[in-house]
Write a new protein. Structure first.
Length: 124
């Protein structure tokens, strides 16, 4: 059984981008998913590509509709099984990174856990 792969934008210039990384980190620490190296994927690293090919589920988590993580994954040939955009799905307005709250991080964690749990395309 492959990994549950998280591709997060972790855009540190905004609250929602930063939130993708902080929330995914909590999920990863609980052993519920693995944060893959998005920058490595963008560079075509064969190890990351192999592990993504073997992944049972791929979830992209983006802060805003520019969807950097999802687009990198798609361009690399790994369209995610689920894609979250925190500014839209959780209705968190994009702003400076200082505007982070624990409540928003907890809501993002819940959304990521749900996205990881849904059935993959091959199982549908
Ligand atoms: S998706 Fe939005 S928040 Fe994330 S890195 Fe791209 S521009 Fe920044």
């Amino acid at each position: 059984m492959g990994e549950r792969a998280l591709l997060v934008c972790f855009g540190g210039m905004s609250n929602v981008g930063t939130l993708t990384g902080l929330a995914a980190l909590e999920v990863a620490k609980a052993g519920e998913g693995t944060i893959f190296c998005l920058a490595s994927l963008a560079n075509g690293d064969p190890m990351v590509e192999r592990r993504l090919r073997e992944a049972r589920r791929i979830v992209a988590v983006d802060g805003c509709p520019l969807a950097c993580a999802r687009r990198i994954a798609e361009r690399a040939g790994f369209p995610p099984h689920a894609a979250l955009v925190l500014s839209e799905d959780l209705k968190i307005p994009k702003g400076p990174p200082s505007g982070l709250s624990d409540m928003d991080r907890e809501r993002a964690e819940v959304a990521i856990r749900e996205a990881l749990r849904e059935q993959g395309r091959s199982e549908e």
